[in-house]
Design a protein around this ligand. Sequence first.
Ligand code: PGA
Length: 252
Amino acid sequence: MGKTRRRIIAGNWKMYKTIPEAVDLVNKLKPLVAGMADVEVVVCPPFTALSAVRDALQGSNIGLGAQDVFWEAEGAYTGEVAVGMLKDAGCTYCIVGHSERRKYFGETDEMVNKKARALLDAGIKPIICIGETLEEREAGKTEEVVTSQVKGGLAGFSPADGERIVIAYEPVWAIGTGHSATGGEANRVIRLIRDTLAGVVSKPVAEGIRIQYGGSVKPENIAEFLEQPEIDGALVGGASLKADSFARIVKA
Ligand code: PGA
């Protein structure tokens, strides 16, 4: 359908799964998504399970991502995890700026920018999350919010940086609520995000950036998003915690 961007479906496991549970999930997932070449599949377990999941994924077509990172290379930052540690654990992707981090941990666009910069410098691809809250949407500020999150989160990015990022548009009111956006509405905002990206990393690069939709994606509604011309995949929370539902989303 003229889309040259390779779709990417990523599972954000959030604060779920012990190490045995995580390994069990990917062992069930592997055969279900084996041989699917036209879509990139990534799982993002909690930090504690990363290296065990890396080992379980050996030889599979599933990539590994983390859910967060700190921007300093090392140091006295109790509780934080550095990019080098994520590389060591086998990560090729890392989510940054998820709305739960913005909400509960005070993450700002400036922090998102530093984290994404550190990841890119280490050769890990950031999945940069943006999206408006219900209040912002109802106040008619959706465009303003996503535009400033893109500009702030990607400040100083070169076209070469733009070639290595993924954006996840996740309206906050749709996350974990069961109330997804409509495909058409998500597509409209994502087109605006792409136009904003063009102003940062150039138009040709922006046209190549994969932009996911996230927020209550499930096997029953994924098709509505993937049929939209601007939507290149999904960031999936709740429905990624079971192998069969995540595999059904990947296969859609
Ligand atoms: P959800 O979460 O699919 O459970 O709504 C999505 C996300 O937070 O990335």
